[in-house]
Ligand binder design. Sequence first.
Ligand code: C5P
Length: 234
Amino acid sequence: MEFSKLSEGKTKEVYDYDSSHVLLRFKDSITAGDGAKKDELPTKGILNAQTSALLFRLLESKGIETHYVGMFDERTMIAKKLKMIPVEVVLRNIATGSIVKRLPIKEGEVFEPPIIEFFLKDDERHDPMLNYYHMEHLKLMNRKEAQQIEEIMMKVNDILYPFFKSKRLILYDFKLEFGRLSDKLIVGDEITLDSMRIREEGTGRILDKDLYRKGADLETVRKAYEEFFKRISE
Ligand code: C5P
């Protein structure tokens, strides 16, 4: 890439495109356990870039502001340059994953209304959970901004849940990251099977990164990512 690299994460590289845009290049890497487990999954970067682009376009069409601008190539997104907030915001419709380990909640319990949680992006500390007081003290965001983010999370769920349902897929939970552009809070990062849990309606078949977390072979994981993208693009 002829652009200068601003940063590199576990699954994406960020390049300086121009004064107000970055390029997000989606790698073929797949990781779990805060980077403890890592593999290469050919074409995953393309599938995740395309999945993110499709879902960001869907959100934009319904009035949610995202960093998405367009595609530079099949695995590289042009995005608005944001001041990213190092917090992962999770919305849960159905209990699974870390919440059933942390709290006396059973796998499959339905959350009505959905539950929203904030976590610090900090692999060494295994992404600890944050409340409004922590976030204010750490100067991550104030309470008003946290509440604005909660409202955006609920709106995004109200768009994504029925969209996936129409494809006979159930959105168990998802994670978003936010950034600031002047005084606005904007959805950044990605929306992919690395950051959502998606199960097939009726069969409960797992289509997301839990397959990899639970030790499925790489080709099964790759096929699930491919099938998911096909189903949401039809
Ligand atoms: O592990 P946990 O149950 O807290 O994950 C909730 C949701 O957030 C899942 O969809 C998971 O894929 C996503 N997540 C993520 N990045 C992390 C941790 C969780 O995208 N570092």
